[in-house]
Design a protein around this ligand. Structure first.
Ligand code: PLP
Length: 440
């Protein structure tokens, strides 16, 4: 083991030394197609010349200025660009260094909003089982992945409650239409709110499309509209976490556009900077910032590196390239191609129960039995084996898995960069098919 350590302490990681377009090369010269964008991060691929030029130009001018003293042109221009394309009503941006930090900021801003309004009794958050919002303690508390929470359960936030995820493949009853299923889930949320008292709840938080824990799961049509109505009825804030599914990944800049809802707080990260620098952001409705501005005039929060000029300059360049090159059109077109190819390769596969996703955010779910949807035994560590088999074949995918709470199975997430072409997708699906068959 070297001096640095990551998640897996017993594994020797290959050393990545070069990134070009859609591939990463390791120190031995082996090349990997980056079909997961790391973890849905690299939306432009690696070493984009426009982003590199923007980073060089920024570092030549200003490396860092603390936000306790200054704003910077990079932060201001990035915020302007984001608001120009934001859902109506969202008027402000608060920068962080990543997704978990942005979720923490969302939770604290939501609470402070009600403190400023004198609604001190609002002390509860509601999240969803199987949701993932990050690994810091607040984000882990509102997340609902039992495996990630378990060792830390005694030190998580107390006033957090969870309702069922919208997970059609496993959650919808055979006699239920998708619409009826969505209504049942909305009713469950409504019942939970009634139990807590509507005036005692700060916010409901959900991923617009569930990423890391379930694998590219969209909600059924109408679900989020019902959720929005329920939150509005009780004055509860809606926080949508689009750290993974946002910034163009599903074919629209924000995944919530496809649901026809605007959250009060919209959390973005990975694709914002595309991996060129660590950055996340909290996009906020005007009414919330106005309440603080006219109240204490102070958001009681902050981090040393928030709004870092290099991160903002990189993200601004990434977002401009996406707009200039009309890359969301490619996300939609290649997303359709990817879904089609996954369907052809895995649609009748004996151990693939579901193929799903939107845009370049797709997954397959693996099952031991297609009829009963029984998941594989977690002891088989299928996710670890698929990842290794894929890496051996020069392919990066993002498998997650193991049944920990009775409902979750193994899945493999694909999130290639927005510049991917059809021929590369064909190679990705071919190598993934071989890796899955070898691992099972
Ligand atoms: N929220 C969602 C939906 C995520 O998928 C992630 C990371 O995978 C996070 C939050 C945490 O982001 P980060 O790893 O940048 O802290």
């Amino acid at each position: 083991m070297t001096h640095v350590f990551y998640r897996q302490l017993t594994r020797d990681y290959p050393s990545a030394v070069l990134g070009r377009g859609i591939t990463i090369r390791d120190a031995t010269g082996k090349e990997y197609i980056d079909a997961s964008g790391g973890a849905a991060v690299s939306c432009l691929g690696h070493s984009n010349p426009d982003v590199l030029a923007a980073l060089h130009a920024q570092i030549d001018k200003l490396d860092y200025a603390h936000t306790g003293f200054f704003t910077t042109p990079a932060a201001e221009e990035l915020a302007d660009e984001m608001i120009r394309h934001a859902p109506a009503g969202i008027g402000h941006v608060y920068f962080t260094s990543g997704g978990s930090e942005a979720v923490e900021a969302a939770l604290k801003l939501a609470r402070q909003y009600f403190v400023e309004r004198g609604e001190l009794q609002r002390q509860h958050f509601i999240g969803r089982l199987q949701g993932y919002h990050g690994n810091t303690l607040g984000a882990l508390s509102v997340g609902g992945n039992l495996w990630r929470r378990k060792p830390f359960a005694p030190i998580l936030l107390e006033n957090v409650h969870h309702v069922s995820p919208c997970y059609e493949y496993r959650g919808r009853r055979i006699d239920e239409t998708p619409q009826r299923y969505g209504e049942r889930l909305a009713q469950e949320l409504s019942n939970k709110i009634d139990e807590l008292g509507g005036g005692n709840v700060i916010a409901f938080i959900a991923e617009t499309m569930v990423g890391a824990t379930l694998g590219a799961v969209p909600a059924v049509p109408g679900y989020f509209k019902r959720v929005r109505e329920i939150c509005d009825r009780h004055g509860i804030l809606l926080i949508l976490d689009e750290v993974m599914c946002g910034m163009g990944r599903t074919g629209t800049l924000h995944a919530c556009e496809q649901e026809g809802v605007t959250p009060d707080l919209l959390v973005v990260a990975k694709g914002l900077g595309g991996g060129y620098a660590p950055i996340g952001a909290l996009m906020v409705q005007e009414k919330i910032v106005k309440t603080l501005t006219e109240g204490s005039g102070f958001f009681q929060h902050g981090h040393t590196y928030m709004g870092h000029p290099l991160a903002c300059a990189a993200a601004l360049a990434v977002q401009r390239v996406i707009q200039r090159d009309n890359l969301l059109t490619n996300v939609k077109a290649q997303g359709d191609h990817l879904l089609r190819r996954l369907g052809e390769r895995f649609g009748n596969h004996p151990f693939v129960g579901d193929v799903r996703g939107r845009g370049l955010f797709q997954a397959i779910e693996l099952v031991a039995d297609r009829g009963t949807k029984e998941p594989f035994d977690p002891a088989r560590k299928l996710n670890v084996r698929i990842k290794q088999e894929a890496m051996d074949r020069g392919l990066m995918v993002y498998p997650m898995g193991g049944t920990v709470d009775g409902v979750r199975g193994d899945h493999v997430l694909l999130a290639p960069p927005f510049i991917v072409d059809a021929a590369t997708i064909d190679t990705v699906v071919e190598r993934l098919g071989e890796a899955v068959d070898a691992a099972i």
